[in-house]
Design a protein around this ligand. Structure first.
Ligand SMILES: Cc1ncc(COP(=O)(O)O)c(C=O)c1O
Length: 291
């Protein structure tokens, strides 16, 4: 995989309805989305030329925009076609796809209801979020200080840029201490999620995951719950105190980028990825390829 900075790569980005050479896909510095985070996005993965749960991602992009008070100027069908075209034109059949939308630069007041809404889609190769050793032994998490906000503090169900400010702070902090990610609690102090992935605990052979009432209800999360139930496993969505981490025999994260990533350590407690994580990883690897 090329290590060139993202803005220096070759390829094409679909921007406001047309393909633009990668390096020319720019916007003005006085863009509302940049100053006030009026921006929403999707992270998607294509496997064998087909984006997994593509329509669901396009629908979520629309829903996130609506939660931020704007509408996308392209239908789900139009986004679907554009995403397929981007993958083909960039020749990234097994790549990452980033679709996003933001308020433009006509005005820079906090209120800017007349600003135009822009949409862009890029794709590039991104084989695995974590290296092979981390994927086998599990990553290290540290419980962070920033908490997922209440639904009446921020539009917490949206995949909106503004919600990632505390994710970047938390992840930088965790990395400085030799961990790969931060475990975030929610505003009530319950277990929430990692900075870009949902959390699952195996307790007494059952799968437990936080209720998504102030966190992203990840598409991978929903898929893994379906796969587990199809294997006859009980899946429980509930609020969990951090102390429950002591009861878990396996812990893993789920997300489009992270796929299923085992967790080997949270703070001072260690975990050994075992049969259930392996079974669900295998089932997920098949599902994303339509098998
Ligand atoms: C904060 C957060 N939680 C969870 C997820 C997992 O969501 P999905 O499985 O839809 O990628 C992501 C990644 O998109 C995320 O950024």
């Amino acid at each position: 995989m090329t290590m060139l900075p993202l803005d220096a790569r070759e390829g094409w980005i679909w921007m406001d309805g047309a393909f633009v050479p990668w390096k020319n896909a720019t916007m003005h510095v006085l863009t509302h989305g940049l100053h006030y985070a009026s921006s929403v996005f999707e992270g998607e993965r294509a496997y064998g030329g087909k984006i997994f749960r593509s329509v669901q991602h396009s629908q979520r992009l629309h829903a996130s925009a609506n939660m931020l008070g704007f509408s996308l100027p392209y239908t789900v069908d139009e986004l679907e076609k554009a995403k397929a075209d981007v993958i083909a034109k960039n020749n990234t059949p097994d790549g990452y796809v980033r679709a996003f939308a933001w308020r433009g630069s006509e005005a820079l007041g906090i209120a800017a209801p007349k600003n135009t809404i822009h949409v862009a889609i890029a794709s590039w190769e991104w084989p695995s979020y974590y290296n092979a050793e981390m994927k086998t032994k599990g990553i290290k998490l540290k419980t962070g200080q920033w908490r997922r906000p209440a639904p009446n503090t921020a539009p917490s169900a949206a995949k909106a840029a503004g919600l990632y400010m505390i994710c970047t702070l938390s992840k930088h902090w965790a990395e400085k201490q030799g961990c790969q990610d931060a475990l975030m609690l929610d505003y009530r102090g319950y277990l929430a999620e990692a900075t870009s992935a949902n959390l699952f605990l195996v307790i007494d052979g059952q799968l437990h995951t936080p209720t998504p009432d102030c966190i992203l209800n990840g598409i991978t999360r929903q898929t893994v719950m379906e796969l587990a139930r199809a294997q006859g496993m009980a899946v429980v969505e509930r609020h969990m105190e951090p102390a429950e981490l002591a009861r878990a025999s396996e812990v893993f994260l789920t997300g489009t980028a992270a796929e299923i990533t085992p967790v080997g350590q949270i703070d001072d407690r260690t975990y050994t990825p075992a049969a259930i994580t392996a079974m669900l990883s295998e089932a997920y690897a098949k599902a994303v390829r339509g098998q």
